[in-house]
Design a protein. Structure first.
Length: 157
């Protein structure tokens, strides 16, 4: 999710039982989509909701019943980056989105599905976001070569 989408996320937009979040209007392109919750994200959200006031509208509540603002979220992020000793690595809140995309791509997720999860209008934007590792390229090359060498391709070119 984009940081603005996370900050404006309302508790009612989450379906914990189905492990998904409904984004009815994307931040940049107004496209709606569904994103899913991994085991660790689900656990963190359950813990967070358990500690929060019961009648909150936003998952990350700010002052006066509004959502947490970007500056506040960035300050929290920077505090944790410093605590982890990573302040010189150039990490930003947005870099988490790129890492998410690259990790899923390198784990074998197809680019078309990744495009839908990220809420990109075009697959070209998704290609710029997600980076394949050398290891992923190597594994894919040898997987394809094994098919070719076993006579698995019978095309007339």
């Amino acid at each position: 999710m984009r940081i603005g989408e996370v900050l404006r996320l309302q508790v009612r937009d989450m379906d914990i039982g189905e492990r998904k979040i409904h984004i009815y209007e994307g931040e940049k392109n107004c496209l709606g989509r569904v994103v899913y919750l991994s085991d660790d994200a689900l656990m963190a959200i359950r813990l967070w909701i358990g500690k929060a006031e019961p009648k909150r509208e936003y998952l990350f509540q700010g002052q006066r019943d509004k959502h947490l603002g970007y500056t506040q979220a960035r300050n929290i992020f920077v505090r944790y980056i410093r605590a982890a000793g990573l302040q010189d690595k150039g990490y930003t809140i947005h870099s988490l989105r790129h890492t998410f995309a690259s990790e899923l791509l390198n784990a074998g997720m197809r680019l078309e599905y990744l495009q839908l999860l990220l809420g990109h209008r075009t697959i070209e934007i998704t290609r710029r976001y997600a980076r394949l590792t050398d290891k992923s390229r190597q594994e894919e090359y040898f997987r394809a070569m094994a098919i070719i060498e076993q006579g698995g391709i019978h095309g007339a070119y």
